[in-house]
Every structure is written in structure tokens, then in C-alpha cells.
Design a binder for this molecule. Structure first.
Ligand code: CS2
Length: 477
């Protein structure tokens, strides 16, 4: 079968929505690191609409490690299909990518980052892609950072590339690009700024000050449930299109991008395509991370222990659904400060309702990846706040125990654990006193929390039923 491309675009069936602009006239204004499914389903869909009005903001998709997506985009002239799978379904061809850069194309990337037409760098490299330690600051012992410190001219990490790009612009007298982190971390822009400044300082103190003074790193909240594209989905898209599309993505109908306002003369009019610009993104960010992602990770680890496979199945289990609902409304919601314009309880209900979307097959095993990176933002911050407020954390301890039991299970069965700290986690979970060993991992559990007897006791207590194979007894909490 032929591939989706500019040449085959005109022959697609009428029901497939096409780009509202001519992809041939788009120029690159954004360099994006990490063109995974989430980026293609979320940010690129907003930019695709923007390009209908303003062709300066085409995206150059950069993948530093895996060539797959970049090759697919190159073979398809940057085009791919976005399937919105909800109570109503739609297929739309996205033409937001004006360039694609894969591993081994460093010289081209360097040139692009120096180009004055590029005004924004964005990233979705997942939590682990930022090389941060357990305290959220740059981990100078991370192998990629060790590499970048020794060889600044050929960076390995996203942080290294951003700093190298900014350094070239400063040297050339070009205004810096703004850096937009689009990953699920509390204070994501601030964390990325601090990481870049730390690396820059090791290279050149003046560069570090220039970055601190001149570069915008707005915080953001990004949200849209995007299950991975599996073979069945790609086959379905090919059937609908009549051509193959190796870069097709699927997501739910809901999509949201809240961005801290930042100054940029003649910048993109993101508000006109549905991006919310606000002076206080923190509240939204925290509500989303704690409610949606916190509930997601809880469903994943508890659901897997119950033998369930998808978010929909987990939400269809009355005991688990009831537990998650209480966790969200009676624990997580209490930890949040009021957010102007956001009704937390209604927001929580809307999130839980999205999880009940029967059309989406969102695998719990996908959400369970990288727990060591996700747990701190999604659950541990909440638990610390609840302890500080003197409230009970018996329910909140259950998903933490479920994660420990999940790692323990992997250690015992030898199944692959997908996590950047996998080796360390497996070693800790294999021993006899698993709770102590796991809570001793400072990369995951901060000292204050891990040494709080209330937390240790609650997690140890919730772990027993998981290890004894009767996790359902915890769901009455
Ligand atoms: C999920 C997120 O895989 C995961 O860990 O919790 O990808 C989630 O679907 C998105 O953040 C929704 O916006």
C-alpha cells in the first residue's frame, strides 16, 4: 500500500479532514524535542490550526535517540493522522511538521537552533528525559550530563542541546528562543530553567547569567489522554485512509494546554487556537498532576494487581472505582489550594468521567512505566501535604504500596520493569524487607517523607495485602 504524503493527500476519502493550509508554504519556527504520540496528538494539533493563519510556526521534530518517528515523518512529508476516539470519532490529517531531525543529524540541529526564525523550543521527553535527581534538580552524575559536561560541543541530553543552542545565539547576538517544557512535572518550566542554568554554569558562568536574565521558561499544564498507537490501530487507520500511516496517533476528545504568559514580540497567537495563557499556571498544573495523573497511576498499580488490563476495565470494577473516587474527592482534592476559576470537585468528576470512555483502550501497563519518576509529583507531594495538615493518609498509602508490590512482582518473575532506575529498584525489591529497602531510595522518596513514622507505617500496613495476594481487601478504605 502507498504511504500518506503530500502526493496522496488529495486522494483521501472525503470523511478525513485535511489541513487548512498548504504544507509547502510552512516555515520552521519551533524546534520540538521528543515527537512521541503525546506531542503529535496534543501540541502539534494546536499548531496545525495556528498554521492555517500564520505559516511561521512549523515544527521541526527532533528525536535524539530513536529514529522511528522521524523516519516515518520524513517518508510522509511530515503528515500523519490524528484519530479522536470518543463518543464521536473523527480522523484529521495534521500538517504541523516542517522538518524532522533524527539521531546523527547534530549539525543540522545546531544550525536550526541558531536560526533567528526559530523562536521557540518545546519538549515532551517524559520526566526521565530531563536528567533530574530525586530533589528535582539536574543530576550531575547522570551519564548524559557527565557526557555533556565533558563534550559540550556534541551534547547527548536535551538540556545539553538547549544550552548549546542558546550559547550559539548569545555568541551571534541573536535573541534567545523561549523554552516550553510540556511534560507532567510540577513547576516544569522552572525545573527546566534551573537544569539549563546549572549545566550552563559548568560551561561558562556568563552564559548561565544570560540564560537566567533573558530566556523565558514558562510553566505549562498539558492534558489529553493518548494511548500508544498499536498495530491494530495503525491497521484501522490504513483501512480508513486507503494509504498507510506509520505516524498516526489516537487521543480522547478532551485536550487542554495551559501556559504561563510570556513576552514575545510578534510571537504566535496561541490563544486564538485554544491555548489558555494565564499568569498562574501552578494551580492548574498541580490539580491536573495530582488528580488525573495521581488517579491514573493509582488505577494502574492497583488495577494490575487485580488482574485488570485497561483504565476502562479498572473504572468498571465497582470496588476499585469507589476507592479511586474516594481517593480523589476525600484525599487528593483536600491537598489542593483553591485555584481561581477552577471548581476542584467538578474538575475531579470530569476527569473520572474521561476515564470511563469505553472507546479508548488505555493500557494500565503503559501508565505503569517509569513509576520512580512519576510517583513523586503524582502522589508523594500530596501525601506530604496531607501529613503536614495532620490528616490521615491510609488511603493514599495504598497506591504507593501497590507500586512497591508491582516492582516486587517484576523482581520475582524476572519480567521487564520499564523504568530508568529499573536495576536499582529490582535490587531493592528483591530482598526480604522490601518496604524498608524501597523507602530507602532517596531518588524516589524524599528524606522527610520516608522517615516519617506515619508514612512508613501506612505504607508497610498497605503492602501486606498486596504481598499476600488479597489487594481487594484494601478497597473498602
Ligand atoms: C498517563 C499520562 O501514561 C501516563 O502516565 O498518566 O500520560 C496521561 O494520560 C496524560 O498526562 C493525560 O494528559
Amino acid at each position: 500500500m502507498t504511504r500518506l504524503s503530500r502526493a496522496t493527500l488529495a486522494s483521501l476519502p472525503q470523511a478525513i479532514a485535511r489541513p487548512g493550509h498548504d504544507p509547502a508554504v510552512v516555515s520552521t519556527g519551533i524546534v520540538h524535542f521528543g515527537p512521541g504520540a503525546f506531542h503529535r496528538a496534543h501540541q502539534a494539533a494546536f499548531i496545525d490550526r495556528l498554521l492555517d493563519k500564520d505559516p511561521r510556526w512549523g515544527i521541526a521534530a527532533v528525536s535524539l535517540r530513536s529514529p522511528g518517528t522521524v523516519e516515518a515523518l520524513k517518508a510522509q512529508d511530515g503528515l500523519y493522522t490524528l484519530a479522536v476516539i470518543d463518543r464521536t470519532r473523527s480522523l484529521r490529517v495534521i500538517a504541523a511538521h516542517s522538518d524532522a531531525i533524527g539521531p546523527g543529524e547534530g549539525a543540522r540541529l545546531r544550525a536550526l537552533l541558531a536560526d533567528p526564525a526559530v523562536r521557540i523550543a518545546t519538549s515532551t521527553v517524559t520526566e526521565k528525559g530531563y536528567c533530574l535527581g530525586g530533589d528535582g534538580s539536574l543530576d550531575l552524575s547522570h551519564p548524559d550530563i557527565v557526557h555533556d559536561l565533558a563534550r559540550p560541543a556534541e551534547p547527548a541530553s536535551v538540556i545539553g542541546w538547549i544550552v548549546a543552542g542558546l550559547s550559539d545565539r548569545r555568541d551571534a547576538g541573536t535573541a534567545p528562543f523561549a523554552v516550553l517544557c510540556c511534560d507532567n512535572m510540577t513547576g516544569n518550566g522552572g525545573k527546566l530553567r534551573a537544569a539549563c542554568v546549572t549545566l550552563a554554569r559548568a560551561w561558562d558562568a556568563n552564559l548561565a547569567s544570560w540564560i537566567e536574565d533573558k530566556v523565558a521558561f514558562p510553566d505549562s499544564m498539558v492534558d489529553s489522554i493518548t494511548p500508544a498507537s498499536d498495530a491494530a490501530f495503525l491497521g484501522h487507520v490504513a483501512d480508513q485512509l486507503g494509504v498507510t500511516d506509520d505516524a498516526a496517533v489516537q487521543r480522547e476528545g478532551f485536550t487542554q494546554w495551559v501556559l504561563q504568559r510570556f513576552d514575545m514580540a510578534e510571537g504566535p497567537d496561541l490563544e486564538s487556537v485554544g491555548v489558555t495563557l494565564t499568569n498562574d499556571v501552578r494551580g492548574y498544573e498541580q490539580a491536573k498532576l495530582r488528580i488525573l495523573n495521581g488517579a491514573h497511576s493509582s488505577l494502574a498499580y492497583i488495577g494490575l494487581a487485580l488482574g485488570l488490563e485497561t483504565v476502562f476495565e479498572a473504572m468498571s470494577d465497582p470496588a476499585l472505582e469507589g476507592f479511586i473516587s474516594r481517593l480523589v474527592h476525600s484525599d487528593i482534592a483536600l491537598s489542593l489550594k483553591p485555584v481561581e476559576g477552577l471548581d476542584i470537585s467538578a474538575y475531579a468528576d470530569a476527569v473520572l468521567d474521561r476515564f470511563r470512555n469505553p472507546e479508548i483502550r488505555h493500557l494500565l501497563s503503559q501508565i505503569a512505566w517509569d513509576g520512580s519518576q512519576k510517583l513523586p509529583y503524582r502522589l508523594l507531594d500530596t501525601i506530604q501535604d496531607e501529613l503536614d495538615a495532620g490528616r490521615n493518609i491510609d488511603r493514599l498509602a495504598v497506591p504507593v504500596a501497590a507500586w512497591i508490590a508491582f516492582v516486587r512482582h517484576k523482581a520475582q518473575t524476572g519480567e521487564t520493569l520499564t523504568d530508568p532506575l529499573a536495576d536499582m529498584l529490582i535490587r531493592a525489591a528483591a530482598g526480604s524487607d522490601v518496604a524498608t529497602a524501597m523507602l530507602g531510595l532517596r531518588q524516589v522518596f524524599p528524606e522527610t517523607l520516608a522517615t516519617d513514622p506515619r508514612f512508613r507505617h501506612a505504607v508497610t500496613d498497605a503492602l501486606l495485602p498486596f504481598l499476600d495476594g488479597r489487594p481487594e481487601t484494601l478497597l473498602t478504605r
